[in-house]
Ligand binder design. Sequence first.
Ligand SMILES: [Zn+2]
Length: 345
Amino acid sequence: MGIPSYVMPEYRQNPLTKEWVILSCERQARPSEFLDQPARRESSACPFCWGNEHETPAEIARYCDANDKGSWSVRVVPNKYPAVSLNASSRERQPACNDECLFRTAPALGEHEVIIESPRHVVSLTDLTLSETEYLFLAYRDRIAAHRAAGQAQYVQIFKNVGSLAGASIEHSHSQLMALEQLPQDLEREVAIADGYYRRNGRSLMNSVLQAELEAGTRVVAESANFAAFCPFASRFPYEICLAAKTAGGHFEELQAGELGELAAIVREIIGRIESMLGPIAYNYYLRPAPFDIDSSDQYDWHIEIFPRLVKVAGFEWSTGVFINTVSPEVAAKALRSLPDQRGN
Ligand SMILES: [Zn+2]
């Protein structure tokens, strides 16, 4: 049997660690603006800019200001180079595999979407207008709700990469969404931990942590009526931030427009503080909503994790899974907290 030059996106499991990886050859074809074009790209050549809408696959959703006819603020399109596949026929092609199987595979089924955050060629979340940021968080909510209603996915992962050091291949500000039919291993572990805590204490673990952080105050970075952000006690990276709702038990996809506006403003404010302290910097954030099959939403509360990419993950971290962090979260939080509040600017 020869070596296939192309395989459908598939999960493969490492038999030594039971960790899954996705093999997706299609993504090899995606262009990278950063390899040969370190300078800023002209908007005429950018597929995400206003006027180049035909360069993306057909739109899934669009958000517009009512008084801005003909234009758009935020667009959602399928990813042209998906890491997971919609093609259910790959389900049948999986070889049989028992418990002792050394080469376990599974079809990497799901949907991969791109959320374009502005018609203007801007880079960071802080370059968006407040109204674009609000539409972005509305889009997050609506797409999670749509995948939940469609009933195929178990979990939706939303993430944003800014800068090539953070893994972005296109400069124009965008987020990505992956609706997955298999729960990722990290989520499975987090859900089991949260579930154990809930059974023992009758309270949400995420919310207990947030309340304890608010009480202590030393690691709190920012707070609004319904949300709060802090540098986690065991931060992996300098200036890592976790943001959650003050009230336990709410699903992200059930947030109201007013709450999403408040959330958009505080996320923008936090990234603004990071940038005013460290300058324009590569960063990632991701939203962890609860998996769809959780009975009581109290067991697993949604949260957002934000981290500037100041350090490279090196040999020790790769070999042990243990991160070495050189900035204490107490020092990081104090520095970020003491910057002037720019919300609403
Ligand atoms: Zn652009």
